[in-house]
Design a binder for this molecule. Sequence first.
Ligand code: CUA
Length: 288
Amino acid sequence: MRFLFSRVELLALTLLGLAISGAQAEIRQTSVWWLPRNVTMFGHEIDFIFYVILVLTGVTAVAVFSVMIYFIVKYRAKPGVSAVHSHGNNTLEVIWTGIPVFIFLALAIYGNEQWTQMRLKTPPADALPVAVIGEQFGWNVRYPGADGKLAKMTAASVTKENPFGVDSADAAGLDDFTTYGELVFPVDRPIRLYLGSKDVIHAFYVPEFRLYQDMVPGRIYDFVWLKAEQTGKFQLACNQLCGQGHYKMFGKLSVVPESEYEAWAKGKAPQPTAAKETSTVPVVMAGR
Ligand code: CUA
């Protein structure tokens, strides 16, 4: 029988695959083989529970496989030795059921508490509101102007021309400014995200933020917030397969000192976005 590939060919293919995946991973600058660095407040809890679960499952796996291999060798079939029938041991069974129950309950209660802090509590009142609306295949981003307030957004008003679903009569939105695929967050300041989608399901995902949120069209998600504790340049990547251009649905995200953010925001022309959004002249945006 002839196999499709020889061993040498398979090895070459494997090496080629590794080389290609290595090249793609270069996009992430640090810690390619392990968790990316964490730069947000909630990331500490997420990483903590990740390591707790990793240690628990790691120790359990080593213990279970060691005992299994030991028993396989020790009680292997030997001529003249017949099998012993065991009817179990109630004490042992209570112990090895009770311990996992306790561990799983502890993990569930801890996880629930952290989730409550992250998503179910109202974001801090002084948080900077930033709206991010996904579309095939990019990110519409809207920032508040000097008043610190975004225009009122409703999912039902989201259209091709009005990706944020803003109420153009809302005076709070007159000084808002928008970008396409460019986000700048001030460090150490809470950011309240308003996430949505113009067309299909996208997902807001920044590994270094330990933040992932699906964006289902027809909804504006107003409960996601974060606080970045370190500056840096990151990549906002869509994490739901949303069409042929999904792979290139990236956004540039930087976390900068507050003063740098203020300067950047000031530099973005605070022209009334309502006029731009209804303009019939196609607006070519940088980075598109
Ligand atoms: Cu948007 Cu994938």
